[in-house]
Design a protein around this ligand. Structure first.
Ligand code: A4P
Ligand code: MG
Length: 193
């Protein structure tokens, strides 16, 4: 019997968008390292990535400000395999899941959009169920995706962005810290570009 073909010869490439967020353990460096690691995942190529943004935490828990970004990948991994690869990267960044939902984290990687797929499984919902309400996702996404991008079941990116609550303190931040910067959690006030 013939041995199975390597995945790369058969799997169609899909375009996926991944949201990155961090508010612990040097968030800027966590996100920059994760962007590099996404491009090195098997069957994946990093085709675009946004600037980094300092953002106000969304959710019920008081916690440090976030650094957020969005990456575009072409991938041959099916959605659940890609999610599991993303969780592997989170784990390598020391992500622990014993905390509360929406609590602080060293690295969060959300699979925002996977081609035109809509999915509702216990471990994976596509598109990401909260993305259309979040400036920290839509603003960086709009930097790297066309405004006519259709978020399956939700509408055009430009329309979602126009309807989304603003984060008045959201700022694009420089990628290299100023020389005097100490590693740690950057405060929004110190991160204005
Ligand atoms: N899951 C289902 N669909 C997806 C998907 N499309 N991408 C499942 C990623 N994961 C998905 O996630 C919980 C479960 O969601 C996983 O088991 C996965 O199988 P998690 O990462 O373990 O926990 P979480 O991140 O605390 O929960 P959740 O609901 O994913 O939260 P979000 O939506 O990631 O929000 N504020 C700012 N400014 N910036 C942020 O980045 N992030 C959050 C977390 C809250 N507030 C924030 C930010
Ligand atoms: Mg998450």
């Amino acid at each position: 019997m013939a041995s199975p073909e390597p995945r790369s010869e058969h799997a169609p490439e899909q375009l996926a968008y991944v949201g990155l967020g961090s508010n612990l353990g040097g968030p800027r460096e966590q996100v920059l390292a994760a962007l590099r690691e996404l491009g090195a995942l098997p069957g994946c190529t990093l085709v675009a990535r946004s600037s980094l943004y300092a953002t106000t935490p969304v959710g019920p828990i008081e916690q440090p400000d976030y650094v957020n970004a969005v990456a575009a990948l072409t991938t041959q991994l099916p959605p659940l395999d890609l999610l599991s690869a993303l969780q592997g990267v989170e784990g390598a960044h020391g992500r622990r899941r014993e905390g509360s939902r929406w609590g602080p984290r060293t690295l969060d990687l959300d699979l925002l959009v996977y081609g035109h797929r809509r999915l509702r499984e216990p471990g994976l919902e596509l598109p990401h169920p909260e993305m259309h309400r979040r400036a920290f996702v839509l603003v960086p996404l709009a930097e790297i995706a066309p405004e006519w991008l259709e978020i399956p079941g939700r509408g055009r990116l430009a329309d979602l962005l126009a309807a989304c609550p603003q984060d008045a303190r959201m700022r694009r931040i420089p990628e290299a810290p100023p020389k005097a910067d100490k590693p740690g959690i950057p405060a929004l006030s110190s991160l204005s570009a």
